[in-house]
Design a protein around this ligand. Sequence first.
Ligand code: SF4
Length: 207
Amino acid sequence: MNKTTRKKTTKKTTRPAAAKPAVTAGAPAKVRVATMWLSGCSGCHMSFLDLDERLVELVKLIDILFSPIVDTKVKDMPQVDVGIVEGCVNNTDQEHELRMLRDRCKILIALGDCACTGNIPALRNQFPLKDCLARAYEQAESNRISCIPNDPVVPKLYPKARPLQEVVKVDLHIPGCPPDADVIWYALTELLAGRTPQWNEKNLRYD
Ligand code: SF4
């Protein structure tokens, strides 16, 4: 396409317009955010990245201090205003990480169906843990090691995968597998405007 004919495209959406967060000179410090990825496929974080050019607007208002999608230089989870968690709780390490984030944030958001309900990782809940381990490590056609890991360094798998609210208090659920970028944008901009996002058949329609 010729430079002179290239036009800026605007992403069309049928969803209600999100509130435009106000950015003013001398505005208060940015909202401090941490995100975490537990038992999930990374799709929810990828959907967050699908905010695309809206990320530029967002970083005027928030600092992402700790996240699998930023090149963080801090080893320990800092105190933050908002914690955003993808995935459910499947093992001892994940419960520890989640409890730590809960202690260090003011608002905890469950991002996506795995965090909200257990979703796909929780499909194993209908089988005994020993059967799941045997299937994955001993019987799977692709597994030639045929040995269930038992090194103490490996986090201990719980008998059931659990959604976040069965482990800690959750302040906001953002459903979807994954929630699409418009839904994430709506939720974050509502929070930044001091409002609680309201879910309805319009902003949670998947088509
Ligand atoms: Fe992946 Fe869907 Fe779970 Fe998000 S909710 S982590 S997209 S499986």
